[in-house]
Ligand binder design. Structure first.
Ligand SMILES: Nc1ncnc2c1ncn2[C@@H]1O[C@H](COP(=O)(O)OP(=O)(O)OP(=O)(O)O)[C@@H](O)[C@H]1O
Length: 822
């Protein structure tokens, strides 16, 4: 302690000294003296420099003898002048040294008039750069006269020439000159054009003025009948008048102060009483003044406006760019097309087959007395659509009633009759091709339609009957129900959906939750766990195979949904797209719990199995998610083998407008899925019907087999991943925990975190805990009860948030410490 005292005193004294030096420098007297000193010094240098150019050769010998009284210098400012000039001009920068004198003069004036010194620092930087450039350039141009460039310019010039050659140096010098002009004077091409325009506009305005002057003078010239004396008086009168009018016009647009207005108001009275000679000069000065003002105002207002219009989020975006959710895995590479197999996909149908089918159709319809006016065939990858225009007078309902009979008569598997084709007045008969073509995943993924699609979650499902790639947006569906008997292509369909998303969405943008009770279908996706999968905290396997975990995951998703809705509400947006857009523009503060929200796609294979084992426990959260999750980016894909009504219940069906039906065994199943027949008539192997609520499309599903999926997941899995899978909020089953755990040892393990959140926010609400700790309502409620028991928050107060009884974190620590000790 004894040692410390003198040192603190010393510090204090030195800071006092410093502040007194500053105070001295800041006084007006000091600044005036310093300012004048610099001005005179600049003048001194300037005279010495000029004189140096005339006497430098004579003075060469005197330079070294600065202290010798007998030796005299020819420089106007004596030996000091000669030495300084020699230093700055000969040894330094040649003519460029004048810039130094000028800058000293400028600095002096700044100090004298107490203007901002930060500006002069910038000005020095520019000036020194210009001086260096000038010195090098003069060294290049006039290398015979060392005085022009000075030794520095000459040497740099020599040095650069050995590297760049003469031409190279010219180019560099020219470029730096242009760059200097652009950076220093902000001379851009646009500005140049604008100036040109302004000049042209001014010239035109002047022309118009002249024209009006001439027009007003013209009648006077014509009045020849009057005597010369009269003429003179009239013309002088007119001249006076016209100049007066002109001056009003000129002044009008630039009136900015009251004093100007007053001056203008006074003008008429002056005009009448005073003569022309007196008037002219005043007019001229006002005009030039206003012109000068215009230029200054222009420059300053533009700069100020730029700063005023910026708000915080704009500034953040300007400084750091928009938020990029993909930044953490910025080197992530999307799987390449060559991981997918290519098949021969040229559709070739035998003309004889076409002809035979046509004949059969015509004949069969004839049997039912239906005449055909026209028939047209569209050949697809697996089926051909025959479009029939019936003869006039034949009712479509008749054909519709005979649908089954016609199908039977044509006696081929997979015939589907569409009577009429929606939007057309024709009847469609789909007949399978003898030789079907595989639609490869490669062809649909690489299609322009998929690659260029602006959809949020694009899925390339397959190809339509007219061989077009069929792309749908999962985000718009917003949930998908998939059904089909075993072996008809459901698993391939699911893989096609997942593959599409893997090819189009970055790991930061979409997360999958995969539920696979069969335990074999989706295991390959384990490899991309840390890229694309989401899971519950403290769960080993990301792919869920066990029913209780499914229940927990679904409930956790419901919590995530509630949390997301809270975030959307706080951000005042209606859906995830708007929310993420706002977040990217840095308009949402991450410190308030906001974060970029990835889409979550929940895929459930074998839904029937789940319903059988867990029943209502699964159905309730699924129904809740299906009803509410669309806006916050949670989408469900549910696949089932058995599309019976006790599996696909009314409430689920109502919330899954988008449905895919592979081949099913009965018409009833088809009706359960599609609310229409047809799925029982499909040929299997990926032949499917897709509906989004209105019309039904027949699609050949894209084929992707297990080795292909393996290659894709290997490709993604081998890349840098997130440290762990996306964490879903924790869900604690209803059964665990009591309502009020007063005992410290029985407290929730998040008790301390919760207490800190509540005390920091000074707001005792369960929803705050839900949001911050990603908890369910029940657990958050229990935590609040425990906090109440610990005396951290007050009692229940109806709709109001509970009172927080601890003021800050220090007090909280004390309270918890005391608890332990007692
Ligand atoms: N789009 C398709 N193109 C060509 N063939 C396909 C297509 N989809 C499925 N297949 C064929 O059908 C077989 C069975 O398909 P998949 O395994 O998807 O049936 P599934 O409906 O999932 O059966 P399960 O319900 O028993 O799992 C595949 O091995 C494949 O040969």
């Amino acid at each position: 302690m004894a040692k410390r005292k003198p040192s603190t005193k010393k510090v204090m004294r030195s800071t006092e000294e410093k502040s007194s030096v500053f105070a001295f420098l800041k006084t007006k007297q000091t600044q005036t003296i310093l300012g004048f000193f610099l001005l005179f010094f600049a003048l001194f240098l300037c005279i010495a420099f000029i004189s140096f150019f005339f006497s430098w050769q004579e003075d060469q010998s005197t330079l070294a003898k600065l202290g010798d009284k007998t030796v005299k210098s020819s420089n106007l400012l004596g030996k000091i002048g000669a030495n300084l000039s020699h230093f700055f001009i000969y040894k330094g920068f040649g003519i460029g040294a004048f810039i130094i004198a000028f800058q000293i003069f400028k600095t002096g004036s700044y100090v004298l008039f107490q203007r901002k010194l930060s500006k002069i620092v910038i000005s020095w930087n520019w000036a020194l750069t210009a001086m260096l450039w000038l010195s090098i350039t003069l060294g290049f141009v006039g290398d015979k006269f060392a005085l022009l460039s000075g030794t520095i310019g000459f040497e740099i010039n020599e040095y650069l020439q050995t590297f760049l050659g003469k031409t190279g140096l010219i180019i560099i010098l020219a470029f730096t000159f242009v760059a200097y002009l652009v950076l220093r004077y902000k001379l851009t091409f646009d500005l140049f054009l604008e100036r040109l325009k302004q000049k042209r506009a001014k010239r035109e305005a002047r022309k118009i003025e002249n024209a009006t002057n001439e027009a007003t003078n013209a009648p006077i010239a014509n009045s020849s009948s009057k005597t010369p004396l009269e003429n003179e008086s009239i013309s002088s009168d007119k001249k006076e008048k016209s100049e007066f009018e002109l001056s009003i016009e000129n002044l009008k647009p630039t009136i900015s102060k009251h004093s100007d207005v007053d001056a203008k108001k006074e003008a008429p009275s002056l005009q009448v009483t005073k003569n022309e000679e007196n008037l002219e000069p005043t007019l001229k000065t006002t005009i030039t003044n206003t012109e000068e003002k215009e230029v200054e105002i222009d420059v300053e207002t533009v700069e100020e406006e730029e700063h005023e219009t910026e708000n915080l989020s704009d500034k953040l975006v300007k400084d750091f760019g928009e938020f990029d959710p993909t930044l953490e895995l910025s080197n992530f590479k999307f799987p390449t097309f060559n991981l997918l197999k290519q098949y021969n996909e040229t559709i070739s149908i035998d003309p004889e087959e076409l002809e035979a089918n046509k004949d059969r159709i015509v004949e069969t319809l004839k049997n039912y007395k239906i005449g055909i006016a026209e028939i047209k065939a569209t050949v697809g990858p697996t089926i051909t659509l025959y479009e029939i225009v019936p003869e006039a007078g034949i009712r479509i309902s008749k054909i519709k009633n005979l649908e089954d009979d016609i199908a039977l008569s044509l006696s081929a598997l997979g015939i589907r009759i569409i009577a009429p084709i929606p939007g057309k007045g024709t009847i469609g008969i789909e007949v399978p091709n003898k030789k079907s073509t595989i639609v490869s995943m490669h062809s649909v993924i690489s299609s322009k339609k998929f690659q260029d699609s602006p959809m949020e979650l694009p899925i390339a499902l397959g190809k339509t009957i007219s061989n077009e790639t069929f792309v749908v947006d999962l985000a718009k569906m917003p949930h998908l129900l998939m059904a089909g008997a075993t072996g008809q292509g459901k698993s391939v369909g699911l893989n096609a959906v997942l593959t599409s998303l893997l090819y189009k969405k970055h790991p930061a943008e979409v997360k999958f939750i995969l539920v696979d009770p069969k335990k074999v279908e989706l295991t390959l996706f384990n490899k991309i766990e840390r890229h694309y999968l989401a899971k519950l905290p403290d769960v080993e396997e990301a792919i869920i195979t066990d029913t209780t975990k499914v229940v927990h995951t679904l409930n956790s998703l419901c919590i995530e949904m509630d949390n997301r809705y809270d975030l959307l509400k706080a951000a005042m947006v209606r859906n995830i797209k708007e929310y993420n857009a706002k977040f990217k523009k840095r308009k949402l503060n991450p410190n308030e719990g906001h974060q970029f929200l990835p889409y979550i796609v929940l895929v459930i294979d074998e839904f029937a199995d789940l319903i059988m084992t867990a029943g209502k426990e699964v159905e309730t959260p699924i129904a809740r998610l299906a009803q509410l999750a669309r806006a916050i980016g949670i989408h469900l894909i549910v696949a089932t083998q058995r599309p019976s009504v006790n599996v696909i219940t009314g409430i689920i069906k109502a919330n899954f407008p988008a449905r895919i039906a592979f081949r099913v065994t009965s018409k009833i199943d088809s009706r359960t899925i599609l609310d229409a027949g047809g799925a029982d008539q499909l040929i299997g192997r990926g032949d499917l019907l897709y509906t989004a609520g209105n019309d039904i499309n027949r699609i050949q599903c894209a084929f992707v087999d297990t080795p292909e999926v393996e290659k894709i997941t290997d490709f993604i899995g081998s890349q840098k991943a997130y440290p762990e899978a996306f964490q879903l909020p924790e869900y604690v089953g209803e059964e665990s925990g009591t309502s009020l755990d007063v005992d410290i040892s029985e407290r929730d393990k998040l008790f301390k975190d919760a207490a800190e959140i509540i005390v920091t926010a000074q707001q005792g609400s369960a929803s705050l805990l839900q949001r911050k700790l990603k908890l369910g309502y029940n657990r958050a409620g229990r935590l609040i009860d425990q906090l109440e028991a610990a005396g951290i928050v007050g009692g229940f107060e109806g709709s109001k948030a509970r009172q927080v009884l601890v003021t800050d974190l220090v007090a909280l620590d004390e309270l918890l410490e005391n608890e332990k000790n007692t």
